[in-house]
Design a protein around this ligand. Structure first.
Ligand code: LMR
Length: 397
């Protein structure tokens, strides 16, 4: 039987971390996976998370099973974060929310639910999108196609093309949208563009699935979350996945959420019951630690403030790193990559070719994705010049 298993290619993102870890060159730099590293090149333990961890440890709680849909206090806390305390959808109890295994887990639970309710639907993702979107929805059984998004010619969004593709979609098509900090391009829709997209989604009766893994890394928690409020106000039914890997630096805890916003409390109850079956038949119920940490931070005013401040400092530091890279490249004669400073979130879609990205990796130990995506949030003043030198070298050859 197992002879039938063929050797699969390495994951385009996490496979790079494996290759990076195996690389023995001391000067190597991992700009592959989307992880924020501090000035010391290490993963930060956020102060609010550290304090929350201390409190939780002191409580010495036994490790009981959580409910299938997760920790109730966690669900309340993240719903408030995502939708706002005075959201009409929450007041009407028409949101079904479950704790998930990170953002990926939320997407998969949502995909499995959609596949059950609408097996014939097509899923549209942006061109380009996060590598795992296509793989995940394909694995869930869907045909995955793309809508136009990034225009390399203008280094920005092909908005007319995007609208045209959405208008051409069949009713019932699932449309995956990045709520903020588009991965991989770093180019987001503006407020009026979102309004226009929402209008087409409603007109064509499409099913929006918002993926929000980087809330707080664009302009701020509230500012980045504004798009969710727009969707609630539109009256559309939609799915929303969130991740707290990046914004709480809790990558290994696998903590996120899936919400489905519906017309009525009655529908929310039914959808929640189906989500619980999806979860129960996959991993039964989620783990406790990440939920306890996020809940403790979000529900304590001091810890929450400290968390928002630190997240704000991370966001500003990434902007400085972008500028530092642009300046570093300019001082090496590369003046056509200033767009790096305009992009939002952790990534820069560098425009480098696959050959150049491979050369960066093999010749210089600088790991980025074949698509040209580089995680600028892993730069620091110690490796920035080295990376700029490496980019200049591959551009010159
Ligand atoms: C990324 O895009 O690098 C992150 O979202 C991590 C992942 O799981 O791919």
């Amino acid at each position: 039987l197992f002879d039938r298993a063929e050797l699969a290619p390495a994951d385009p993102i996490l496979g790079l971390t494996e290759a990076y870890n195996a690389d023995t060159r001391p000067e190597k730099v991992n700009l592959g996976v989307g992880v924020y590293l501090g000035e010391d090149g290490k993963l930060p333990l956020m102060e609010a998370v550290r304090a929350a961890e201390e409190r939780i440890t002191q409580q010495r709680r036994a490790k009981a099973y959580l409910g299938i849909d997760g920790m109730p206090a966690y669900r309340d806390a993240v719903r408030e974060l995502i939708f706002g305390a005075d959201s009409s959808a929450l007041a009407d109890a028409r949101v079904a929310t479950v704790q998930s295994l990170g953002g990926t887990g939320a997407l998969k639970i949502g995909a499995d639910l959609l596949r059950q309710l609408s097996p014939e639907a097509t899923v549209l993702i942006s061109n380009p999108s996060w590598e795992n979107h296509r793989a995940l929805f394909t694995r869930a059984g869907f045909d995955v196609e793309t809508y136009r998004y990034y225009d390399a010619g203008i280094k920005g969004i092909d908005f007319d093309g995007m609208l045209e593709d959405l208008r051409a979609a069949e009713p019932g098509t699932v449309v995956v949208l990045h709520a903020c900090c588009h991965n991989p391009t770093g180019y987001d829709l503006g407020s009026e563009q979102w309004d226009a997209v929402i209008e087409v989604l409603a007109e064509r009766q499409l099913i929006p699935f918002l993926d929000m893994a980087y809330q707080g890394f664009g302009f701020g928690i509230e500012e980045d979350g504004a798009v969710v409020a727009k969707f609630v106000d539109s009256g559309l039914n939609f799915l929303l996945s969130t991740s707290y890997s990046k914004s709480f630096s809790l990558y290994g805890e696998r903590i996120g959420s899936l919400s489905v916003v519906l017309d009525s409390a009655e529908s929310a109850k039914k959808v929640l019951s189906q989500l619980k079956i999806v979860i129960r038949t996959n991993y039964s119920n989620p783990p406790t630690e990440g939920a306890a940490l996020v809940t403790t931070v979000l529900t304590d005013p001091d810890l929450r403030q400290s968390w928002e401040d630190e997240l704000g400092a991370m966001r500003e530091r990434i902007k400085d790193l972008r500028k530092g890279l642009v300046d570093g490249l300019a001082s090496r004669g590369i003046t056509d990559m200033g767009f790096i400073a305009e992009q939002l979130g952790m990534f820069s879609y560098s425009g480098l070719t696959k050959e150049q990205m491979v050369a960066l990796r093999t010749e210089h130990g600088v790991y980025g994705l074949d698509s040209g995506r580089m995680c600028v949030a892993a730069l620091n003043t110690g490796n920035l010049d080295y990376v700029a030198d490496a980019i200049a070298a591959v551009r010159a050859s």
